[in-house]
Design a protein around this ligand. Structure first.
Ligand SMILES: *Cc1c(COP(=O)(O)O)cnc(C)c1O
Length: 372
């Protein structure tokens, strides 16, 4: 970690999640190698984007694929693509489009920070339903000739009263409106790379820098050929809406290597490692007075991997949860963990490098022992 030392920036052990704030994820050797290989010479970037897209589409059983500079950029490009299609004149005028469909429908309950990436194109968001629930009629009556797309935010952002996604797709299709799903963090399972588009979503947008462990500034738009072509027209190096969201040759090739690795990964062995890690953390922490540790499932993105939920009875332990979290981050080595309610700490094995699971436990035990 010489580079970080020389900058006076402390390396952090990530027992939290694939958070952009911490750098997302770590690239495996084969991804780094592919990026290094790609960096060695000049190529035609549009040609590379096409070839990489074709390979990724094949690996993920999709019609077409486009590499964006993150899932958020993918949402912006997907929005632009749904508004203009492949009409070059509209792309040039974008986002000032009188008389062109420029509304996007979204469940009221699914509004979230990432929908800024949709709104920044200038489209108007039309909300349907409420916390009490959303009906098929809510969606059907919201669709007009101004509707460019229906957006769906999957996973932890979906609530029990929402329409089922297949129903959303059925109603939207009856009106010839594409459905775009934000599935940025919906991996594993790897089959999600084709599940949503096979359900009928026109586009599915994934983060390249989360569990895929591709370049942090990469994202993946998968789905319908015509809409992927529209993303391409809006995208760099064309002087269009997506020009400031440039994707480099290294990112394109790195993401392809990451997808190739991910679809061939032994996901059972990986899940077993996570289960064993959580079980051993629980066993060690439950030895302590005032500490309760349990397996928590699924994870923060509602994906099928376990975390360890550690609950502190502050009076018995002699330290507040937030003080423990700060001590872990300020200590040596720095450890980032998640939080739950007032007294819970989440330990996540998903983002750890081999051997770090022991360090995380040691650090937490040391902080708790210091308080006792
Ligand atoms: C992480 C995330 C994004 C953004 O992904 P980036 O690749 O960091 O741009 C968008 N939507 C959701 C739901 C996410 O979890």
């Amino acid at each position: 970690m010489g580079i970080y030392d020389s900058l006076g920036v402390r390396p952090v052990i990530n027992a939290n999640a694939t958070l952009t704030l911490l750098g997302g994820s770590l690239m495996p050797a084969e991804v780094l190698q592919a990026m290094s290989d790609a960096a060695g010479c000049f190529v035609s970037l549009p040609e590379l984007q096409r070839q990489v897209g074709a390979r990724i589409a094949e690996l993920t059983r999709n019609e077409a694929a486009y590499v964006s500079c993150g899932a958020a950029a993918g949402l912006s490009l997907a929005t632009a693509a749904c508004v203009t299609g492949t009409d070059a004149a509209l792309v040039t005028r974008f986002p000032h489009l009188d008389g062109v469909p420029n509304q996007v429908i979204v469940h009221h309950t699914q509004r979230n920070g990432y929908d800024y990436a949709v709104r920044q194109t200038g489209v108007e968001m039309v909300e349907i339903g409420s916390a009490q629930g959303t009906s098929p009629a809510d969606l059907a009556t919201a669709i007009t000739d101004r509707t460019a797309a229906v957006f769906w935010f999957h996973g932890a952002l979906t609530t029990p009263g929402d329409l089922p996604l297949p129903k959303v797709i059925e109603i939207a299709h009856a009106h010839n409106v594409p459905v775009v799903v934000d599935v940025a963090a919906q991996l594993p399972p790897a089959s999600n790379l084709w599940h949503f588009t096979q359900l009928g979503a026109a586009l599915a947008v994934f983060s390249g820098g989360k569990d895929l462990r591709g370049p942090q500034s990469s994202g993946l738009i998968l789905g319908r050929k015509d809409l992927i072509e529209a993303c391409r027209i809006h995208g760099s190096p064309n002087h269009a809406f997506g020009r400031p969201m440039k994707v480099g040759k290294e990112e394109m090739v790195g993401l392809l290597a990451a997808v190739e690795r991910y679809v061939n990964l032994d996901h059972d062995a990986r899940a077993q490692y996570c289960e064993a890690t959580v079980a051993s953390w629980c066993a060690a922490l439950n030895e302590l007075d005032g500490v309760t540790a349990v397996r928590s499932f699924p994870n923060e993105a509602a994906q099928p991997l376990p975390r360890c939920l550690v609950t502190l009875a502050s009076a018995a332990v002699g330290i507040e949860r937030d003080v423990v979290v700060s001590a872990l981050l300020d200590g040596e080595p720095a450890v980032s963990v998640g939080t739950h309610d007032d007294a819970g700490i989440f330990l996540n094995p998903m983002t750890l490098e081999p051997g770090e699971e022991a360090t995380v436990l040691e650090r937490l035990l040391a902080v708790l022992a210091g308080a006792a």
